[in-house]
Design a protein around this ligand. Structure first.
Ligand SMILES: Cc1ncc(COP(=O)(O)O)c(C=O)c1O
Length: 444
């Protein structure tokens, strides 16, 4: 008898499901199905163990099925399944907000709960505009994103994002948006370890945008402190500092989208702490619950929060929220995730593991087709020269080779992107990069 919960589904059983961001017909002809997971590994229905080089989708930072998190979700499900957050709440929501504020960068001490990174970004953009409105400066409506940026799939996030293929089919998007140039310059920075030395001046493009648009119309700038889905691009040395200065000069809010870099990915609870630049607003999700229950958050500084708390006390200060904001199961998972990160020393261990990671990644420099390697914390990108007229196929071949050998990696065009659970061991790091090398050697 087939077990519908763990066995690979038949072609007929797969028919009804429309998978996101997936070539559905190709997938259903050659499905990748996982039926279990533990720690660093996924398990397939036919009994294969797959080393997870992506932490799910940049989210399972403490490894799969982290016991405290699983137990907390189970317990909460039997206690309080749901309560609205509109005009009411439950104790765990306050506790999680308090715990996140305690590990967040200095001054970012209030948290608005949402259910995903996309919702976090759209919420942050709305908060930015509403903040200026509340200050009586309603002319500030323009938003500035950056080329190669990824900010989820809502219309707001898509508008400020910088990956054209994601936008092509869905216009018109928000109109009042400008974009900074990206920081991907292998001609200056190839094989940098950590932050590349060249490129701080690219932040000055914000001044150029201000010169064109009138800075008093700009509400906020949003960037990922480390561009993630666009190909893992650590910021050039001094770049974020310059962005911060220009924002301050013109009264523009700075938003860091930390959906990937939040919760330990680059070696501290938030990327802002590692990179030494504090934004006004942070968006987060993914590692917030270790990926176990959908949840996101928007952290705001005191000035932003206090501005909203200045109006009539009986009216909602922000006309925004979601049915599942602050969901009890998500809050239980979030608290248990923070317990796990803290009690297992995950935030402290990551910088140590990251130096092994950096050496292993850069050891691929002499492998065929490799034109750049980038890394920070437990993120890395191996960029390949594309095949003539067939961009993306080289990295896709390496990804398939790795999967056949029991290792899961991801691609962004012809770049292999890596983001393992932060519990990865040196032996597993070695296996991951050795398998990628074999895949590169087997390419034509
Ligand atoms: C930086 C960033 N922002 C936003 C998102 C969107 O998150 P979600 O897929 O949870 O909506 C992602 C997802 O990868 C992301 O990397």
């Amino acid at each position: 008898m087939k077990d519908a919960m763990t066995d690979a589904p038949s072609a007929e059983a797969m028919e009804a499901y429309w998978l996101p961001f997936t070539a559905n017909r190709a997938f259903k002809a050659q499905p990748k199905i996982f039926s279990g997971a533990d720690g660093m590994y996924y398990f397939t229905p036919d009994g294969r163990r797959i080393l997870d080089g992506m932490a799910g989708l940049w989210c399972v930072n403490a490894g799969h099925n982290a016991p405290r998190i699983a137990a907390a979700i189970r317990e909460q499900a039997g206690k309080l399944d749901y309560v609205s957050s509109f005009g009411m709440s439950h104790p765990l929501a306050f506790e999680l907000a308090r715990r996140i504020a305690a590990v967040a960068p200095e001054g970012l001490d209030h948290v608005f709960f949402v259910n995903s990174g996309s919702e976090a970004v759209d919420t942050a953009l709305k908060i930015a505009r509403a903040y200026h409105q509340a200050r009586g400066d309603g002319r500030r409506i323009r938003l500035v994103g950056r080329a190669k940026g990824y900010h989820g799939m809502g219309f707001g996030g898509l508008s400020v994002a910088g990956i054209s293929r994601h936008k092509r089919d869905f216009g018109p998007l928000l109109g009042e948006v400008d974009h900074l140039p990206h920081t991907h310059h292998p001609e200056h920075n190839a094989f940098s370890r950590g932050l590349p030395a060249w490129g701080a001046h690219l932040a000055d493009e914000l001044e150029a945008i201000c010169a064109i648009q009138d800075p008093s119309t700009i509400a906020a700038v949003i960037v990922e402190p480390v561009t993630g889905s666009g190909g893992v691009l650590p910021p050039p040395v001094g770049y974020l500092e310059r962005l911060r200065k220009i924002c301050d000069r013109h009264g523009i809010l700075l938003i860091f989208d930390e959906v990937i870099t939040g919760f330990g990915r680059i070696g501290a609870p938030f990327g802002a702490q590692v990179l030494g630049v504090t934004p006004d607003i942070i968006t987060c999700a993914k590692g917030m619950t270790n990926g176990a229950v959908p949840m996101g958050g928007v952290l705001v500084n005191r000035q932003v929060f206090d501005t909203f708390m200045d109006g009539p006390a009986e009216a909602p200060e922000l006309m925004h929220g979601y049915t599942y904001s602050g969901h009890p199961l998500a809050c239980a998972a979030g608290i248990a995730a923070l317990d796990t990160y803290e009690q297992d020393g995950i935030f402290e261990n990551t910088p140590k593991t990251a130096s092994v990671w950096e050496d292993a990644a850069h050891a691929l420099k002499d492998a065929p087709h490799v034109v750049d390697i980038r890394n920070i914390g437990l993120l890395a990108a191996i960029e390949l020269a594309p095949r003539a007229g067939a961009g993306g196929t080289r990295a896709a071949s390496v990804m398939q080779h790795c999967f056949d050998k029991g290792v899961l990696v991801r691609t962004a065009g012809d770049t292999l992107v890596l983001s393992p659970p932060l519990i990865i061991t040196p032996d597993e790091i070695d296996r991951l990069f050795t398998t990628i090398r074999e895949g590169l050697m087997s390419l034509n």
